[in-house]
Write a protein that binds this ligand. Structure first.
Ligand code: NDP
Length: 449
């Protein structure tokens, strides 16, 4: 990188870190974008002086609020709720809600920032936002979760709307939680609108929304492999996580003939060398979605090895799909993945690879689809759910799946267009630049604000 560009990047990052002290996840997400965008802006005079990145890293607004509720034993509990509305330059704010014990403002800001680029990449008119609460739904009864969701929306409802901000699910927030929140929104406002996506099918949800992030991630991988004359058939595949994204990544990968050998949760991972077939995957869905059990139980049921407190990255593989959480692949994990012969990584989770890990993948020149490209299928089908709600109709499964496929194919092509470095495609760079251009053009056109 030329010296002037490097010093611009350093100055920009120093300013960001000074204004947002201690927010390491936010710093990391911004760095991974700025590293590609500052050189791009340097070469494209129309963006120079517009301060696009400076403006995009200062969210439009941040809402922080108390969520008071009562548990099953009559104790009063207080949690902290968030909504970070990062940018609505290209459409209403759109992004998931996360319920996780360790949630911080830094995590919310990194996710809202990333979401802005991801939503732009889909080609649909959606701005970027993210929200959630430091609430752990795992050890709560269904009634406690319901009361929490109702209290959460009793505050948040005044900041969202079908034309202003449309939340969806994320870690700890699935169809059950979205449905409770949508119910409370409807009750308070007396309006039945598409204010949330990921709803139950009986009240405005879209077919394929549940599967969309995982399926989209596999479509992205398929596109990268096809370009190299390869496919998923007979490939040995690592998947981390065992929640929504992991389950449907596994489902599509198995359907395409891949051999998925690992799944995990926050307590450890299982290694099934024979491969997780459709029947075993149904067991995982029942275990995680209905009984809300631990992945350890898979090892006990099928007699395979369980590795407590570990992640699956040292297991040899052809393809890897991190689908659990941020920073689950550190530098040494990435080195193990590359040394074991992995040819491609597609990120189902948001920012699962840390800065060192990213460098390892890019230096090794393996196929590497960053989250904003690889997991955009979820928000893409959320956008399609909004479209169906507005039109008051429902598309059938193949219609939604075909549209999802086309959107992911298009994202892949944009990454190739903007990420070509000789015969190597730097998908991170391609995704960052393609996502940036649409938002930047809108910001230039909309004027200074
Ligand atoms: P779920 O809550 O359904 O599943 C999350 C999975 O990740 C669980 O297996 C969970 O294990 C594991 N996990 C969570 N935190 C940690 C941690 N700190 N360390 C190790 N494992 C952890 O969430 P989703 O599948 O919806 O989301 C997974 C990732 O995908 C997130 O990064 C999310 O932002 C991203 N994503 C999700 C989309 C969606 O449509 N759902 C869309 C785009 C991105 P345990 O059960 O033990 O907590």
């Amino acid at each position: 990188m030329a010296k002037t560009v490097q010093s611009r990047l350093d100055r920009f990052m120093n300013g960001l870190i000074r204004r947002n002290p201690g927010e390491s996840e936010f710093h990391q997400a911004v760095y991974e974008v700025a590293d590609d965008i500052i050189p791009f802006v340097h070469q494209n005079p129309i963006y120079q002086g517009e301060m696009i990145l400076e403006r995009l890293t200062e969210p439009d607004r941040i809402i922080i609020f108390r969520v008071g509720w009562e548990d099953d034993h009559g104790n009063i509990r207080a949690n902290r709720g968030y909504r970070v509305q990062n940018s609505n330059a290209i459409g209403p704010y759109k992004g998931g809600l996360r319920f996780h014990r360790d949630l911080t403002l830094s995590v919310m800001k990194f996710l809202a920032f990333e979401q802005t680029f991801k939503n732009s990449l889909t080609g649909l008119p959606m701005g970027g936002a993210k929200g959630g609460a430091d609430f752990n739904p795992k050890d709560k009864s269904a009634r406690e979760v319901m009361r929490f969701c109702q209290s959460f929306i009793t505050e948040l409802y005044r900041h969202i709307g079908q034309f202003s901000d449309v939340p969806a699910g994320d870690i700890g927030v699935g169809a059950r939680e979205i449905s409770y929140m949508f119910g409370q929104y409807k009750r308070i406002t007396n309006e039945f609108t598409g204010v949330m996506t990921g709803k139950g099918l009986a009240f405005g949800g879209s077919l394929v929304r549940t599967e969309a992030t995982g399926y989209g991630c596999v479509y992205m991988m398929e596109n990268m492999l096809n370009r190299k004359g390869e496919g998923l058939k007979d490939k040995t595949i690592l998947i981390s996580g065992s929640g929504n994204v992991a389950q449907y990544t596994a489902e599509k990968a198995i359907e395409m003939g891949g051999k998925v050998v690992t799944l995990s949760d926050s307590a450890g991972f299982i290694h099934d060398p024979a491969g997780i077939d459709s029947e075993k995957l149904e067991y995982v869905k029942e275990l995680k979605n209905v009984r809300r059990g631990r992945i350890l139980e898979y090892a006990e049921k099928y007699g395979v090895e369980y590795f407590p407190g570990k992640r699956p990255w040292a297991v040899p593989c052809d393809l890897a799909f991190p689908c659990a959480t941020q920073n689950e692949i550190r530098g040494p994990d990435a080195e193990a993945i590359v040394q074991n012969g992995c040819m491609a990584v597609a990120e189902g989770a948001n920012m699962p690879t840390d800065k060192d890990g990213c460098t390892v993948f890019l230096d090794a020149r393996i196929l590497y689809a960053p989250s904003k490209a690889a997991n955009a299928g979820g928000v893409a089908v959320s956008g399609l759910e909004m479209a169906q709600n507005s039109m008051r109709l429902s598309w059938d499964r193949s219609e939604v799946d075909n549209r999802l496929r086309r959107i992911i194919d298009d994202i892949h092509d944009k990454c190739v267009e903007y990420g070509s470095e000789g015969d190597y495609i730097n998908y991170r760079k391609g995704a960052n630049i393609a996502g940036f251009i649409k938002v930047a053009d809108a910001m230039v056109g909309l004027g200074i604000m």
